[in-house]
Ligand binder design. Sequence first.
Ligand SMILES: *[C@@H]1O[C@H](CO)[C@@H](O)[C@H](O)[C@H]1NC(C)=O
Ligand SMILES: *[C@@H]1O[C@H](CO)[C@@H](O)[C@H](O)[C@H]1NC(C)=O
Ligand SMILES: *[C@@H]1O[C@H](CO)[C@@H](O)[C@H](O)[C@H]1NC(C)=O
Ligand SMILES: *[C@@H]1O[C@H](CO)[C@@H](O)[C@H](O)[C@H]1NC(C)=O
Ligand SMILES: *[C@@H]1O[C@H](CO)[C@@H](O)[C@H](O)[C@H]1NC(C)=O
Ligand SMILES: *[C@@H]1O[C@H](CO)[C@@H](O)[C@H](O)[C@H]1NC(C)=O
Ligand SMILES: *[C@@H]1O[C@H](CO)[C@@H](O)[C@H](O)[C@H]1NC(C)=O
Ligand SMILES: *[C@@H]1O[C@H](CO)[C@@H](O)[C@H](O)[C@H]1NC(C)=O
Ligand SMILES: *[C@@H]1O[C@H](CO)[C@@H](O)[C@H](O)[C@H]1NC(C)=O
Ligand SMILES: CC(=O)N[C@H]1CO[C@H](CO)[C@@H](O)[C@@H]1O
Length: 690
Amino acid sequence: MATIQNLILTLILFSNPVFSRFTDFTCIGFNKIGDNITLNGSAEIEKNGILRLTNQTNRLLGHAFYSSPVKFKDFVNGSVFSFSTSFAFATVPEFSHLGGHGFAFAISPSKDLKGALPSQYLGLLNANDMGNFSNHLFAVEFDTVQDFEFGDINDNHIGVDINSLESNASEPAAYYDFNSTKKNVTLKSGETIQAWIDYDSTTNVLNVTISPSSTKPRIPSLLYHVDLSPIFNDYMYVGFSASTGLLASSHYIFGWSFNMSGLAKTLDLSSLPSLPGRKKSHKILAIGVSSLATLALFFLIGVSVFLIRRIKNADVVEAWELEIGPHRFSYKELKRATKGFRESGLLGVGGFGRVYKGVLTKSKTQVAVKRISRESKQGVREFMSEIASIGRLRHRNLVQLQGWCRRRGDLLLVYDFMSNGSLDKFLFDERKIVLNWEQRFNIIKGVACGLLYLHEGWEQVVIHRDVKASNVLLDGELNGKLGDFGLARFYERGSNPSTTRVVGTLGYLAPEVSRTGKATASSDVFAFGALLLEVVCGRRPIEPKAVAEETVLVDWVWEAWRGGRVLAVVDQRLEGVFDENEVVMVVKLGLMCSNNVASARPSMRQVVKYLDGEVGLPEVVIPPLGNEGGKCGGDGKLDFVVDLYESSSIEDMSMYSVKRNEGTDTSFGLGSASVKTSPHPLLPDGEETR
Ligand SMILES: *[C@@H]1O[C@H](CO)[C@@H](O)[C@H](O)[C@H]1NC(C)=O
Ligand SMILES: *[C@@H]1O[C@H](CO)[C@@H](O)[C@H](O)[C@H]1NC(C)=O
Ligand SMILES: *[C@@H]1O[C@H](CO)[C@@H](O)[C@H](O)[C@H]1NC(C)=O
Ligand SMILES: *[C@@H]1O[C@H](CO)[C@@H](O)[C@H](O)[C@H]1NC(C)=O
Ligand SMILES: *[C@@H]1O[C@H](CO)[C@@H](O)[C@H](O)[C@H]1NC(C)=O
Ligand SMILES: *[C@@H]1O[C@H](CO)[C@@H](O)[C@H](O)[C@H]1NC(C)=O
Ligand SMILES: *[C@@H]1O[C@H](CO)[C@@H](O)[C@H](O)[C@H]1NC(C)=O
Ligand SMILES: *[C@@H]1O[C@H](CO)[C@@H](O)[C@H](O)[C@H]1NC(C)=O
Ligand SMILES: *[C@@H]1O[C@H](CO)[C@@H](O)[C@H](O)[C@H]1NC(C)=O
Ligand SMILES: CC(=O)N[C@H]1CO[C@H](CO)[C@@H](O)[C@@H]1O
């Protein structure tokens, strides 16, 4: 092995394919491979020699095939030859726990795979040619998404695919170590993994083996008996295909060897190019540097605490605040950015405080500064730890918290500025431009991804608790971003520990939340369902009697759905211009998410799959008004804070809240309800007024 270490590329190949009996090549990095590899789609060879099949952009497909066809069959008796290949790969997902979608080693009659689709099709096939014998496709997939359509076993598996993406055989990604102990492998870990695919045509055995090291395990990870003779043509192309969907990973190949006349060379992982930032670390140096840095940090903290104490009238800083993650702004800085919190820069006023537009003087970036006034100091510390953790959440569909500042009773939160304001303005404000269907669908998909990230992409589940149109903000390109996550949680912790205060917005609040006071991922899904219907219909989840005949949107949509008049609920302002299939899908999904029974709602992961078109929605929709078993709410301790739309009144509300599901008492504690208007979306509404 060591002798090939300095050899960048070894290619032993007979140029005329008709006479070439055996193709055999090994490449350590792809720098020198030149014309011998054909790339298509997003595939690229990077400067360092790494073959990158996809980057972390949505819905990509990338192909890389060995340019010359490989002779796979004996002309005389038509039986397929044995073959062997090994390659080293890494999958780096955009968000650590969410892969999208995967890649495959493929043997195909052509290099250009016409009509192939991204997402769950892995860039190999499409919905129409699935399972067709004339595909002559053989692939070994390394899949990081569980597709129900193809019966995937989990979201981290290897599988053998013949003419279809429904695997003929699959196994969770794992290998057997030296002592025959099974060890799990996480394909999307970003670590380099080596794979071997060996086919023996005399025994018709196909072995797939993986390992995170340069040593080939003795026991394969997957063994499958198959005669590939009827599948293969005489000449086939060998290569790789990868795809991304709504969720995306970068798929890399570092080296590849292929052999038709014996076992392929095992690659020495240490001789392969590595991803920038993932180089074999120099630990001792790192520790040295970091301990120095820690010392320096302690010193700095010490000095700054001392200095800060000295400066009179400065922001109040307690020692624990210095541990908080996101950037801490000085009050002066924010005062300057917002021109002294001038009224002209006011973006909105709401229950929790006021939001100002600002421009940071140093970086000249626009920000939105939310000023939350709290009389009581209680809970501030908990709130701050929450800010610290939500400040670390990063997703393109979440409004980024840039930092914070605390001064006496005031808390200032600094967010990215969203130039197009909130979604509800576009849906309901007559003066705004009407969003077309494509834009609406894009916003929905974005919000779904953001919410999935909150639920599954982080170390712990983050419940948003206040998903609604006014909390969906739009950037300059009209991408939907969720704002205000995490804040509602703080307000749920009442000052009196024996009471639970429900924060949420009527019409978006799942029935079980009003009963138990406990928000869950599923109650976020309920709110998301209301949002879906709202975006399609251009109507609020609850309208006063004066505005609409049927006041509760879900009921109205359900009636139309049942009557086969789905398209009648679509926003008139779209003037009939929309993709009918997408609209029907979104309405159906909206109804599924709006189910009164939490367990009947899909998870956000499923929602994303449906929106991605990965999985078809079930034929039958369960009526959203499933009875919850008639359990009565109101254990006497609930102390509700609900907020209403500007046009609503308390009387209207009491009517909606009990009408929703007759026989089940879902009435809200109206005694403490307050009517608030919330002109700016960054403001969580609904603070108690008593
Ligand atoms: C490509 O393959 C041919 C044989 O088919 C070989 O002669 C040539 O050197 C290879 N080119 C590179 C850049 O490796
Ligand atoms: C990812 O790849 C696509 C297709 O090759 C390209 O259009 C896009 O700019 C790339 N994105 C990044 C962030 O490199
Ligand atoms: C077909 O011919 C090859 C030699 O070209 C031989 O190795 C192989 O065993 C034969 N297969 C069958 C099924 O006869
Ligand atoms: C790349 O893919 C497209 C679409 O499948 C196909 O038309 C084209 O011929 C391919 N190019 C190469 C070089 O394979
Ligand atoms: C399979 O593909 C061939 C060629 O594309 C086509 O003619 C045939 O109708 C397909 N068969 C099925 C069952 O779809
Ligand atoms: C498995 O492979 C055979 C071809 O050998 C194919 O006909 C069959 O449909 C494949 N799929 C499954 C799920 O078994
Ligand atoms: C494997 O077996 C060897 C010898 O029996 C033992 O020394 C070693 O600790 C074992 N390794 C693992 C990972 O169990
Ligand atoms: C390994 O993966 C399998 C299947 O995904 C799982 O059931 C098992 O608990 C995992 N084992 C460990 C030690 O993580
Ligand atoms: C496949 O694995 C089995 C079990 O370890 C082994 O006996 C066989 O030789 C392997 N075949 C190939 C082609 O590697
Ligand atoms: C529809 C709409 O108002 N789009 C605006 C979104 O924001 C960008 C950048 O600020 C404007 O250029 C668009 O006109």
